[in-house]
Design a protein around this ligand. Structure first.
Ligand code: B12
Ligand code: SF4
Length: 471
């Protein structure tokens, strides 16, 4: 059988990509491995020769590369535009293009018009069939992978990307029952929380070259006692294998409620956790459907301290632009995040992502302001205001974001936080790097906001009519 050539491509987003990893060694900490493509590569039989292209690392000279037999493209919504440019290039050469991932699943019709074949849902159950059909020249227009059981997945191909990333990546669970209004995870991965067998995860951890690892799970510990029991089992097994890897993960705030869980996580190499606090007010949490954070008697400051006590840094995420938010919300979030004692703050604009409950609501209320699709998808990075916000103009909400970041990331506050983590012996260097990196991102965003305002005045770039209706 002839060996077939497959390119798997992660498109860049010109607004957020850092293509110049060689320019500064710190940029290595800002590009993350496209795990979806490594998983697809793992599922691909040996009669296919695979090249993974991560445009976030480097955009190659495609015309100079050998002609592939098939191109597979992944994309978050914010990458869709660039995905179509890449697809157009290969289709013009007569190479069939298949696209999958979250955007393809949520915007099937749009994607179908621009590629030869679309895979919706998770690919594990369907990818080899896609490849067989492509080999026979009989690709179907659409495949659906659904939500397969995640027992005994083949490991991702951790060897296929260059060693220029600071972090490896792994996934141990899928799905989330909580279905927050702004989040795509329940719609995409389902409400059932699925967990990979502990031995599979440990085996795959061992195959990762990097010392640091991003565990991409949306909630590594889950929400129920049996989920946490499995998380403990995983942490014990990781600690027992003595991998000496350091990893960061995402979790809900209940991570803080179980001392044994925290101690085991730290022993297994957990150095940081990303937690969605989302809103400083109960009304905000109710609006977002984040009822899990509303549990009676929750003291967020004490919860954060308990996590940090185990030398695990806490990144707190908040959303600006809720209907209940009033002017001054940026400053308030900075203050509340400071009171909770998080090590770094990740503030994002409320963004209607396709497929979410928020999308349906804002669409029906005609509040999606940047809606020249597919061009406008590039702004759906949660770092641009793309909707009409109840109590803010475009400039107003942008000012809130700037004031939030300037306050939280002022140099005296950064120094105070880093001193506090030094006092607690909780990775002060990592805290310093994290704080300076967020401060720097905030400053870059300010420049982009200023450019956008200028573009608006000159009526180029973003459609003027959209912006006028927004303000
Ligand atoms: C890790 C992660 C990141 C990493 C990405 C690393 C990387 N380069 O891929 C980082 C931190 C950089 C990141 C950034 C962002 N992210 Co993110 N991220 C995730 C997370 C938590 C896990 C993704 C993952 O790796 N999953 C594991 C792999 C194995 O699963 P998968 O990607 O779904 O791939 C499977 C299928 O989709 C399918 N598939 C995927 N691609 C393809 C391609 C082909 C050809 C085929 C056949 C199949 C296929 O097969 C795979 C195996 O089943 C998801 C949540 C989630 N559950 O998806 C959010 C998520 C994807 N992120 C999201 C968002 C919004 C962002 C940001 C825009 C904003 C932000 N700050 O978070 C930025 C994007 C910036 C940009 N570049 O434009 C949203 C995307 C929603 C949307 N409609 O796009 C998600 C769904 C989270 C959410 N709460 O809604 N993210
Ligand atoms: S925000 Fe977190 S808790 Fe809410 S649905 Fe998404 S993954 Fe689940």
């Amino acid at each position: 059988m002839r060996t077939m050539r497959l390119y798997l491509i992660n498109p860049s987003n010109p607004l957020v990509s850092i293509v110049n990893v060689n320019e500064s060694r710190w940029n290595r900490y800002r590009v993350w491995k496209p795990l979806s493509l490594m998983v697809l590569a793992g599922l691909t039989p040996p009669d296919w020769e695979i090249t993974i292209v991560d445009e976030n690392l480097e955009v190659p000279d495609y015309p100079a590369m050998p002609r592939p037999d098939l191109v597979g493209i992944t994309a978050f919504t914010s990458q869709a535009n660039r995905a179509y440019e890449v697809a157009t290039h290969f289709r013009s050469l007569g190479v069939p293009v298949v696209m999958g991932g979250i955007h393809a699943t949520m915007c099937l019709d749009e994607v179908s018009e621009r590629v030869d074949s679309v895979v919706t849902g998770e690919a594990e159950s369907i990818w080899t069939q896609v490849l067989d059909d492509a080999r026979r020249g009989g690709l179907k227009r659409q495949y659906d992978g659904g939500h397969p059981a995640i027992n005994h997945f083949v490991p991702a191909r951790h060897d296929l990307l260059p060693g220029r990333y600071a972090f490896g990546a792994i996934q141990t669970t899928r799905g989330c029952p909580l279905n927050c209004s702004f989040c795509s995870v329940t719609a995409f991965n389902g409400a059932q929380y699925r967990q990979r067998p502990v031995e599979d995860v440990v085996g795959e951890f061992q195959a990762i070259r990097e010392k640091r690892v991003l565990v991409v799970d949306d909630n590594l510990i889950g929400t129920r006692p049996e989920h946490m029991a499995r998380a403990k089992e995983l942490f014990r097994a990781l600690a027992a294998t003595n991998l000496h890897k350091q990893w960061i993960a995402q979790a809900t705030i209940n991570f803080a409620d179980d001392e044994e869980l925290l101690a085991l996580a730290a022993k297994a190499g957990c150095r940081g956790v990303f937690i969605g606090f989302e809103s400083p007010t109960p009304e905000g949490l109710r609006e977002l459907g984040k009822k899990f954070n509303l549990m009676k008697g929750r003291n967020f400051r004490a919860s954060v301290r308990r996590i940090q006590h185990h030398k695990i840094l806490v990144v707190g995420s908040f959303i600006i632009g809720l209907d209940v938010d009033e002017p001054g919300i940026g400053k308030r979030i900075a203050e509340v995040a400071g009171q909770y004692g998080v090590d770094t703050l990740n503030a994002l604009f409320l963004t209607p992502l396709p497929g979410t409950r928020l999308w349906d609501q804002m669409k029906s209320e005609q509040r999606i302001a940047l809606n020249m699709f597919p061009e406008d998808w590039k702004y759906y990075t949660l770092t641009f205001p793309v909707a009409r916000y109840k109590h803010f103009t475009l400039e107003g909400i942008t000012r809130e974001m700037i004031s939030c970041n300037q306050r939280f990331y002022s140099l005296p506050r950064i120094l105070r936080r880093v001193a506090s983590s030094a006092w607690r012996r909780c990775h002060p260097l990592a805290s310093l790097v994290g704080n300076l990196s967020y401060r720097n991102n905030g400053r870059m965003d300010c420049r982009i906001y200023a450019d956008l305002q200028r573009q608006r005045r000159h009526s180029s770039g973003i459609n003027r009519a959209q912006l006028q209706t927004q303000t």
